[in-house]
Design a binder for this molecule. Structure first.
Ligand code: PEP
Length: 251
């Protein structure tokens, strides 16, 4: 099964100004990435400027989150339809959003459904906390997140598997400098694929990225890891040379 290789930079709440975001977008245009699908996920306020800066390139723009409702009284939120013409897809279920906005599996499923209905691709994040891993619950948590999250997405909206990618992001590895090992990522990815298949999806066809303290130094470990199709990169995606090293590892 040949799945696409993808490297997506999640800029989180960075950089500080729109001007810097445009500079970063131009850096991404110049990042060699033959054989790798390249994406950026800027903050929503920067989406229009970044979309313009990347127009005519094959670097894809993603939102960092999307609301589950089509419109209405949801102050501060962005509906999926508002991303048309600006974004190719969106991240949902990032652990920082789950943590800060109280998203649970059902809400992440609803967000993914809204994104699919608006024609967006979806990067669906999941992963266990440190406490869950220490208690030996990693497999159970991943199984639950697939069952109650991905399994609960409106099937009509889900469409074909080509529009969905997963990002295995163990919470303890995000922004901590303590990445998982390639073996840990492979084990989690295998578990996710079998759970996807259990949900009636083609687990072998769905790309799964690893995310959590990926750097230029450790990217090749994940690029070699069985079943890992790419990386969702936070902090290192803001550094041009380091991000280019990560992309090169997956080429
Ligand atoms: C992320 O935000 O998805 C992420 C993986 O962050 P970092 O690479 O900084 O750990």
């Amino acid at each position: 099964m040949t799945r696409p290789r993808l490297v997506i930079g999640n800029w989180k709440m960075n950089p500080a100004t729109l001007e810097e975001a445009v500079v970063l977008a131009h850096d991404r245009r110049a990042t060699p990435h033959e054989g790798v699908g390249l994406g950026v996920a800027p903050p929503s306020i920067a989406l229009p400027a970044v979309a313009v800066a990347l127009r005519g390139s094959d670097v894809r723009v993603f939102a960092q989150d999307v609301h589950w409702a089509e419109k209405g009284a949801y102050t501060g939120q962005v509906a999926a339809s508002m991303l048309r013409g600006l974004a190719f897809g969106t991240i949902v279920g990032h652990s920082e959003v789950r943590r800060d906005q109280g998203d649970d599996d059902a809400r992440v499923a609803a967000k993914a459904g809204a994104a699919f209905r608006a024609g967006l691709h979806v990067i669906f994040c999941l992963g266990e906390s440190l406490a869950e891993r220490k208690r030996g619950e990693t497999d159970a948590v991943l199984a639950r997140q697939v069952r109650d999250g991905i399994g609960a997405i409106d099937r009509a909206a889900l469409g074909d598997a080509g529009t969905l990618a997963l990002a295995y992001e163990p919470i303890w590895a995000i922004g901590t400098g303590e990445a998982a090992t390639g073996a840990q990522a492979s084990a989690a990815v295998a578990r996710l694929r079998s759970e996807l298949t259990r949900q009636g999806l083609d687990g072998d066809a769905i790309p799964i990225l690893y995310g959590g303290s990926v750097t230029g130094g450790n990217a090749s470990e994940f690029a070699r890891a069985e079943g890992v199709d790419g990386a969702l990169v936070g902090g290192a995606s803001l550094k041009q040379d380091e991000f280019a090293e990560i992309v090169a590892a997956f080429r």
